[in-house]
Design a protein around this ligand. Structure first.
Ligand SMILES: *Cc1c(COP(=O)(O)O)cnc(C)c1O
Ligand code: SF4
Length: 345
């Protein structure tokens, strides 16, 4: 892993008054732009980037880009978003829908795999396209919700008293407007058996401005506890603007957790994972899951063997308090929960 030097692109400092919607629509969406902004040689990187881009489009918001080092093709944030020729190489066992989500759709927009929790796909869009994403081939268009679909989701939840927690997911649920989210939150928390609302999102990390007054307003007015599970893979993703956004969420009582994916060349070292846990805690976030790699087609170059991942967790256990060691898990289709990968001490 290359040492971090303090030569980042000038971050758009506090005087950047653009709204999150503007930042979302001004994201970098072309491979050539991405390389140019980071001063990377097109002769070396453009062809691969264009090839990968045709499979899964480039999308990088500027606040996230600002945390990358210029001129470093191995920057751990860049690696998460830079398409490579590797993505076109076939690999045994790497498939389109590794988690068999297509089979778990209960009604349009609602995925149910576990007894007490249901996952609501609020929107198919994301603010950033992560190359390793296990949903990179997901047919999101099929999941667009009409008013009658929404009615059906609420009825299904109403008829399922064993569900006590609804997870807003996607895509990234915070790409949706606060009005839409507040409507969902109202309808869902109106059901007597719902005890918690959870949000799975990367937006407060990649566009911290997303934690705006309107978001804080509906969250503070929600009648049940709100849990936010962020997705941060590397400590360099957390800067002052992210810490500030997370502090606003903590202030209104949101429980902040983080899930990461173990990714070769990005965070597959004990030092990086230790520093990630420490930085998360400094930002008021507890590590929750470290996901073993899901074999999605086009992302085999990120794969870390389970045994190595287990070894890394073993090292973390000796370096960190127990509450800063994430649980290493894998999602196995058909299982009734995520499956912990046990560590043999
Ligand atoms: C991961 C996941 C959940 C949440 O699982 P937890 O172990 O409660 O974090 C819920 N529903 C689906 C479909 C999931 O994939
Ligand atoms: S934000 Fe999450 S769902 Fe969206 S591309 Fe990244 S990993 Fe996938």
């Amino acid at each position: 892993m290359i040492q971090r030097t303090p030569t980042r692109i000038e971050a758009h400092p506090a005087e950047d008054r653009r709204t999150w919607q503007q930042l979302l629509s001004n994201s970098i969406t072309s491979p050539a732009d991405l390389l140019e902004r980071l001063e990377l040689a097109p002769e070396t990187w453009l062809e691969g980037a264009k090839t990968g881009h045709r499979l899964f489009a480039v999308r990088v918001p500027e606040p996230f880009l600002a945390r990358m080092r210029k001129g470093d093709p191995y920057d751990p944030l860049l690696r998460q978003v830079l398409p490579l020729t590797d993505e076109t190489e076939p690999a045994d066992g790497f498939v389109q829908d590794p988690l068999a989500e297509n089979g778990a759709i209960q009604t349009t927009g609602l995925i149910r795999k576990y007894r007490s929790r249901a996952l609501l796909m609020v929107t198919g869009q994301c603010a950033i396209n992560c190359r390793y994403c296990f949903r990179r081939h997901f047919p999101y268009e099929d999941q667009r919700l009409s008013p009658s679909d929404r009615q059906k989701v609420i009825e299904t939840l109403g008829d399922s008293p064993e569900i006590n927690e609804v997870i807003f997911s996607g895509g990234d649920p915070l790409v949706a407007s606060d009005r839409l989210l507040a409507d969902w939150a109202d309808a869902i928390t109106g059901l007597p058996h719902i005890r918690r609302l959870r949000l799975h999102t990367r937006l407060p990390v990649v566009i911290p401005q997303r934690v705006c007054d309107a978001l804080i307003d509906w969250i503070s007015q929600t009648s049940v506890r709100v849990v936010m599970v962020l997705h941060i893979n590397h400590p360099a993703e957390i800067d002052a603007s992210v810490r500030e956004a997370l502090a606003r969420l903590s202030e209104v009582g949101v429980t902040l957790l983080n899930q990461s994916v173990i990714l070769r060349g990005i965070n597959d070292s004990a030092d990086t994972l230790e520093s990630l846990s420490e930085s998360l805690f400094d930002a008021g976030v507890l590590p929750y899951y470290l996901h073993a790699f899901d074999p999605v087609r086009g992302a085999h170059h990120f794969d870390v063997e389970d045994q190595r991942a287990q070894g890394l967790i073993q090292q973390l256990l000796t370096r960190l308090p127990g509450f800063l060691v994430p649980r290493l898990v894998r999602e196995i289709p058909g299982e009734e929960s995520k499956t912990p990968l046990n560590i043999n001490l």
